[in-house]
Ligand binder design. Structure first.
Ligand code: NAP
Length: 497
């Protein structure tokens, strides 16, 4: 048990006041926040979940081929290492089951209100009041947004999209009722999602056409199945799984974590491996189509071994000609060619800046989130917003999410919140609010560091805002963990009621 949890438990025993907490969202980070509170003996909280199931991203995305692009032993709560992972990159359904198992283990269901979408939150007389779409009202001392990053789907504005007469869906709304066997399927988009789904679809459909606007670098990280013997051993000796967690964490921090933030040896190695992987495409014309014109890592790097093999199959093709419009029976490209299709899949990604939307929010003196974020989403070290006391975000703007485990980041952030709650319980404040000066100083450093990162080297991606500025932490994830280990209360106004 960490020191903060122990301290809160002690405060509890001494009869300190317990805060009421509302957590928005029962995905990976909302579940984590609930566990942190329970472990510290704080049970006065409710998780509000807009749907009827936990899981967030892993509930919503069920497209064929969905898997994690971070090794499973690292994409896991550090305190709930799972010996049963079937693969290094397990399928999405297995990850969903992992979260369900943890959710049940910590008995979070009685503390979760399902099918309750929070549509409005408002700070009234020092309490956060929430209202759900069903008209339910609640209030709390602290409000934690665990609403995820990539939830608002990007519907492309392509002429004639609605005129397509066959089944058509976004990858995050996969229609499993549509039988794809022996169909002509078109995929618009070539991000991680498209690339993951191409291999399984290529085995099923008669013709697969990838409409690619921009080529992607693909990193060759091989998947592997864990043997029954390993699973038995890892179940019997939990230290094995914990060691693997630490090993992958170390490797990701020392490789990807550094490669994206500055030119370095790791970046050169990563680049070489991506080039080596691409060279597996033997047809030179196809290889040219699949060769990006920017540096590996500029867009979030795709991890896949099977993609290049799949796309070279005779039933697969890559169309790089721009899309002119969608017609009732296919996609017409600018060269006038009609690519006839039975099914159209939109692998067009998400809006990475739609934090908490469409919920409305009002903080101090009626300050709305829209007003606070006029210049775009900003938060002190990704978590706190001036004018919104006792409110914290998990995986908020400028979190270190570039090819890193979001669970590790959420663990750092929830630990930070628990430190604030400890101080609240000690009676040191009633309200904690990020200072505007601290946010300005933070963003001065962020803006100075961003040009060194790989994300600004000349590509379009969901990391970039409408001005082309990445919404990411521009340093290593280790630096984030180090800076967040001990809460810096000098960056906050601590006030009493
Ligand atoms: P994405 O990386 O944003 O890719 C969207 C694709 O759609 C891009 O190729 C984009 O082209 C294309 N596109 C968008 N609008 C278009 C239009 N109007 N016409 C033509 N093409 C259009 O989205 P994603 O693949 O869903 O992945 C998003 C993120 O989700 C990933 O980076 C990753 O973080 C996460 N993800 C994770 C996993 C996992 O294993 N954990 C799996 C899948 C996704 P341009 O490149 O030209 O913009």
């Amino acid at each position: 048990m960490d020191k903060v949890t122990e301290a809160i438990k002690r405060l509890n025993q001494q009869g300190a006041r317990q805060p009421r907490v509302i957590i928005m969202g029962a995905g990976m980070s909302g579940i984590l926040m609930g566990i942190r509170l329970l472990n510290a003996g704080l049970s006065n909280f409710t998780i509000y979940e807009k749907t009827d199931r936990i899981g967030g991203t892993w509930r919503e995305n069920t497209y064929p081929g969905i898997a994690c692009d971070i090794p499973s032993y690292f994409y896991t709560y550090s305190f709930e290492v799972n010996p049963n992972w079937s693969h290094r990159f397990p399928p999405g359904a297995e990850i969903q089951r992992y979260f369900e198992t943890v959710f049940n283990k910590y008995k979070l269901a009685p503390r979760t209100r399902f099918n309750e979408e929070i549509i409005n939150t408002q700070l009234i007389d020092g309490q956060w009041h929430i209202e759900t779409a069903n008209g339910l009202n609640d209030s709390a001392d602290f409000l934690v947004a665990a609403t995820g990053v990539l939830h608002k789907i990007n519907q492309p504005s392509i002429q004639g999209l609605d005129s397509f007469e066959g089944p058509k869906f976004h990858t995050a709304r996969w229609d499993h009722g549509v039988d794809l066997k022996d169909k002509r399927v078109g995929i618009i988009g070539s991000g991680s999602t498209a690339i993951q789904t191409i291999d399984p679809l290529s085995k099923l459909v008669s013709k697969l056409t990838l409409f690619q606007r921009t080529a992607q670098w693909v990193f060759p990280l091989p998947d592997k199945a864990y043997s029954a013997t390993w699973i038995k051993l890892a179940t019997r000796f939990p230290f094995l799984g914990k060691s693997l967690y630490k090993t992958y964490k170390f490797l990701f921090e020392k490789s990807m974590g550094i490669a994206v933030t500055k030119p370095c040896l790791q970046r050169s190695i990563l680049t070489k491996l991506c080039h080596w992987n691409l060279a597996r495409v033997k047809d030179l014309e196809l290889r040219k189509k699949l060769t990006p014109d920017y540096l590996p890592g500029c867009k979030r790097l795709v991890m896949s071994m099977p993609f290049y093999s799949a796309i070279q199959k005779p039933n697969c093709s890559v169309v790089t000609e721009q899309i002119e419009k969608i017609e009732s029976n296919g996609v017409r490209t600018k060269d006038g060619q009609l690519h006839e299709l039975d099914v159209l899949v939109l692998a067009t990604g998400f809006d990475g800046f739609a934090f908490m939307r469409p919920m409305s929010m009002q903080g101090l003196n009626g300050l709305t989130l829209d007003d606070a974020w006029k210049k775009g989403p900003q938060a002190l070290r990704a978590m706190a917003i001036p004018g919104f006391p006792n409110f914290f975000m998990l995986i908020g703007p400028h979190s270190p999410i570039g090819n890193h485990s979001l669970i590790a980041i959420a663990e750092t952030q929830t630990h930070y919140i628990m430190q604030c709650i400890e101080k609240y319980m000690q009676g040191d404040f009633d309200f904690i609010e990020a200072k505007q000066q601290a946010v300005d100083d933070f963003y001065t450093s962020v803006n100075e560091a961003l040009p060194n990162t790989i994300w600004t080297t000349g590509c379009q991606s969901w990391y970039l805002d409408d001005k082309g500025i990445p919404g990411l932490w521009p340093w290593s994830p280790q630096q984030y963990a180090k800076e967040m280990k001990v809460a810096n209360f000098s960056q906050y106004h601590l006030t009493k009621a």
